[in-house]
Design a protein around this ligand. Structure first.
Ligand SMILES: [Zn+2]
Length: 216
């Protein structure tokens, strides 16, 4: 995942958004801290309008390239788009269960596990001068493999001590999930620049209101 570079471009969705979207690409955001969580966040406003931003097969292809798990845009079969959404919801189910301290639902575990086979290493034996050499086959640039890499990233988070760093943004208008990479592990917002600032401004306004309402 060293090729992964998340760019933080999050913002709340406009109130007059026409749903369903024709394409979700303008509404992707990258505050999740890792591909598996950014992937979960392609389902936006889970708490309100439930906005699907992986609308078309082209959306999924473009998202996988932007997330750094696929080299080039490719044609994605409709069945893979459906499978991708199923993987996404399974990862989210496991994130939320983990955060709430509930046991992981078995069907969600199975869905993520099923995708892991596509991320597997592919050994290759080649003749190298006078010797035979065990190497690895170049990764096929396919949406299934890319989704396998997303599943693997999810499994590394869900299946290790990293699960203690899974968070849901505390902003009232953001249902963003994120992976807390702060040294102390006490981050509360998906992005300090947007949700964190918004919360600070709200607290400030509340304090101001209180101050001006108090008799002198
Ligand atoms: Zn947020």
């Amino acid at each position: 995942m060293e090729r992964y570079h998340g760019v933080i471009t999050d913002r709340d969705l406009p109130a007059d958004l026409v749903l369903p979207l024709a394409s979700g690409a303008p509404w992707w955001y990258w505050s999740g801290g890792r591909p598996a969580v950014d992937f979960v966040n392609t389902h936006r406003e889970r708490w309100r309008r439930s906005v699907e931003t992986l609308v078309t097969p082209e959306d999924l292809s473009a998202w996988l390239v932007r997330a750094g798990v696929m080299e080039h845009p490719v044609a994605v079969p409709g069945s893979v788009l459906l499978g991708a959404r199923e993987l996404r919801e399974a990862i989210d189910t496991l994130i939320v269960a983990g955060i709430e301290g509930r046991p992981p639902p078995a069907p969600a575990v199975r869905v993520v596990d099923d995708w892991l086979v596509f991320a597997g290493a592919r050994p290759q034996l080649v003749a190298d001068g006078g010797a035979t050499l065990l190497t690895e086959r170049a990764a096929a640039d396919s949406p299934r493999r890319a989704l396998g890499m997303v599943a693997l990233d999810a499994a590394r988070m869900l299946g290790t001590g990293e699960r203690d760093r899974m968070r849901i943004c505390e902003s009232e208008t953001c249902s963003g999930r994120f992976f807390d990479r702060s040294p102390a592990g006490r981050r509360r917002w998906c992005s300090m620049r947007t949700c964190g600032n918004e919360a600070k401004a709200r607290r400030h306004r509340a304090r101001e209101r209180q101050r001006t309402q108090e008799p002198a």
